[in-house]
Design a protein around this ligand. Structure first.
Ligand code: ADP
Ligand code: GLC
Length: 475
């Protein structure tokens, strides 16, 4: 049994703002089969502290970035957790990063430095006899683990996973003291980045191994187009970097047992869900495909392209149903679109159950992201026979097999990919989609291929297991 401490700022089903939470929540169970005993260190947000059962105190800090704090071991939602009980940092309403008014907490750098600080201390001192052999951090929030380990004279092996390089946690150099960083490490090989402090850069330079969530994104990260200024660092660490594709939770996302829908195990079963979805969303019957979107509404997700490309869908008798929230401008644009068009239905908000009904009831799911480290919703689409229409980038490139004539002929195709990521190319893909949809036989094959495409964790769990084993034995 290899002991691994996963260090994350969110974890489903307890706290979630995006796919990072799904992955942090899924890894422990997926890896148990590989002989990995994983515990997860989380900030003690109210939702985490309230859910914790069989609680015991395993660590005490007299002063964790401003006040005393405890680390509580316990179980919640089937997970073995270590939660940082530090009310001055984490007992707040709102989501992990923002106040209810949508603004970032001003002390986010310190809050997540504290997460890394605790991770490093548990790495060195263990938690009541449990000593992790590998510390596996996620995104910038765990970036300083390696800096703090260094201050303590070293510790277990470290892995840092990049879920999204767009978020670096960068802050100004005036915070070196409040972040408890070694001032002598404010240089290019340390945590300095363009004159500021970057926790992500620190972790990228310091971790023994780097992973990201798809092989294609691993390649993309080394290019100026996708590296967001860190591509040089990624090229420098090329040897340490690998891409391990995310899986999805195939129990929570199982069309045959999903309690949120009318269960089905073949594409035919989608008809009842589609009718129910149309009724729920107030959409009339139509001849063309019903496309769905479940997404954060941000520049990354390319939803503005949908606004431009939509006529190609509607002119062929297609429809669109959208669930999402985020950028106020995009929310407004989609709201207006829904009001103006009988064949477009829009729900602004976050709604787990509705997301299942959309994916079960839709014919196709659109994911036109400008960049996508992995992406999970296209995999939900595959599993539910809801044909993904995706941009050819990152994990979208790795999980969908484009319906080219050759792939269709070999019965390998599972969806549609378009490139470049422009409204024009999306328009072309939507037209292609509508034509394929009319050919009932080809469409049914596409759906069946999609439903049988593997989207679980098996293969990736083996890759993580092998990585941990290598790191643990190299110590
Ligand atoms: P990202 O993490 O970049 O947002 P992913 O595709 O990896 O993208 O993960 C997004 C996760 O959040 C998926 O589980 C998706 O179903 C969920 N999600 C996004 N927006 C909503 C919403 N408005 N309502 C319900 N679930 C949502
Ligand atoms: C990030 C990425 C997304 C990925 C998720 C989980 O939020 O934007 O593509 O699926 O992390 O790794």
């Amino acid at each position: 049994m290899i002991r691994v401490l996963s260090i994350a700022s969110e974890c489903a089903p307890l706290v979630k703002t995006g796919g990072l939470a799904d992955v942090a929540g899924a890894l422990p169970a997926a890896l148990a089969a590989e002989g990995v005993g994983m515990r997860t260190l989380l900030p003690g947000y109210p939702a985490v502290m309230d859910a914790l059962q069989d609680v015991s105190e395993v660590y005490y800090f007299h002063d964790l970035f401003g006040a005393p704090a405890r680390v509580m071991a316990g179980r919640a939602a089937g997970l073995d957790l270590l939660a940082i009980d530090a009310p001055h940092l984490f007992a707040r309403t709102g989501n992990p990063y923002m106040a209810p008014d949508g603004r970032d907490w001003p002390d986010n750098p310190e809050r997540f430095a504290a997460l890394s600080w605790v991770g490093a201390h548990l790495g060195v001192h263990g938690a009541l006899g449990w000593h992790p052999q590998v510390l596996h951090g996620h995104d910038w929030q765990a970036g300083f683990v390696t800096e703090y380990l260094r201050q303590m004279g070293g510790g277990p092996a470290t892995v840092l996973t990049i879920h999204n390089i767009a978020f670096t946690g960068a802050t100004d150099p005036g915070r070196i003291g409040s972040l408890r960083l070694d001032p002598w490490r404010f240089h290019m090989e340390g945590y300095e980045f363009y004159g500021g402090i970057s926790p992500l850069k620190a972790g990228l330079m310091g971790a023994d191994a780097l992973t990201t969530v798809s092989p294609t994104y691993a390649e993309e990260l080394m290019t100026p187009e996708f590296g967001m200024g860190l591509d040089g660092v990624m090229r420098y660490r090329r040897e340490a970097l690998s891409g391990i594709l995310n899986g999805i939770d195939t129990d929570a996302w199982n069309p045959a047992t999903d309690p949120a829908i009318r269960p089905y195990d073949s594409p035919m079963g989608k008809a009842a869900n589609k009718a129910a979805l149309r009724a729920e969303m107030g959409l009339p019957d139509a001849d063309g495909p019903l496309c769905v979107i479940v997404s954060r509404m941000t520049h990354q997700k390319g939803l503005d392209l949908v606004l431009g490309a939509l006529p190609a869908l509607l002119d062929h008798g297609g429809q669109l149903a959208v669930l999402g929230s985020g950028d106020p401008g995009l929310e407004q644009a989609f709201r207006a679109l829904g009001e103006q068009n009988a064949n477009v239905a829009v729900r602004i908000g976050y709604d787990e159950a509705l997301s299942h009904r959309l994916i079960a009831g839709g014919d196709a799911i659109l994911v036109p992201s400008r960049f996508e480290p992995c992406g999970l919703t296209q995999m939900y689409g595959l599993r539910y026979g809801t044909v993904p229409v995706v941009a050819l980038t990152g994990g979208l490139a790795d999980t969908v097999i484009n319906a080219s004539p050759a792939a269709l002929a070999r019965d390998a195709a599972t969806g549609l990919q378009f490139s470049p990521v422009t409204a024009d190319a999306l328009r072309g893909a939507l037209t292609r989609l509508c034509l394929l949809y009319r050919d009932r036989d080809t469409w049914a094959r596409l759906q069946r291929n999609a439903m049988s495409h593997p989207v679980g964790w098996d293969q990736s769990a083996r890759a993580y297991g092998a990585l941990y084993a290598r790191l643990a034995t190299n110590r």
